[in-house]
Ligand binder design. Sequence first.
Ligand code: 13P
Length: 253
Amino acid sequence: MRRPLVAGNWKMNGSRAANAALLAELELRVKPQWPIDIAVFPPFVYLAEARRALEDGPIAVGAQDVCAEASGAFTGEVSAAMLQDIGCRAALVGHSERRHWYHEDDALVARKFAAALSVGLMPVLCLGETLDERESGKTEAVVGRQLDAVLALNGIERFVTAVIAYEPVWAIGTGRTASPDQAQAVHAFIRRRIAEQNANIGGQLRILYGGSVKAGNAADLFAMPDVDGGLVGGASLSADEFYEICAAAAARH
Ligand code: 13P
């Protein structure tokens, strides 16, 4: 059985005071015995402090991005080794906001995936189509292309410790959630694509849904057979909402 994962991507939000309050509240409320993994993804500058606040509790810390290069003259960048050094366990790669605003292409995303794995960070590979692409019937072509680029560079075996997040761009921050059936269809497509290369890895791979996940819709999304949790943006900034989403994942089976 795949263990659900609920990941909170804070994006460029937060402050030392707000983060401390949010994490303290979550630590108090989430149950260590829940059969799920929980992670938060604060902005880089707050990672070390978040890690200290959470110590070895049930909530892991991950980064929202990672540099594809190992070290050296790359001003402004943060390497996978540095993230690992301060206790991060995961890194998002290829979030649609990185692809859109910072022009990250499939090839760069594939290298970031490799960089994360090279030091034992769990890459959370984000895939998703725009509204135009969906409406012109290209969802599978786009998601398949994004996935194939990472498979081609890294190989199927590297997906053993990876997670995929399907995040339709049109559902991010819009309040417009993919329906459970829409999410399930793309998740099943992704899993089939992986399983074609390795049935075991396809069966074990966790595929999260992201895009306006909230306390009110989480249970219906998580009830779908190929939805193994969520990558939560806006709602992860509220302790109440994020807690409820985690509780929905814990109640999944
Ligand atoms: P929202 O939950 O705010 O739509 O964001 C989703 C997302 O991009 C998480 O990475």
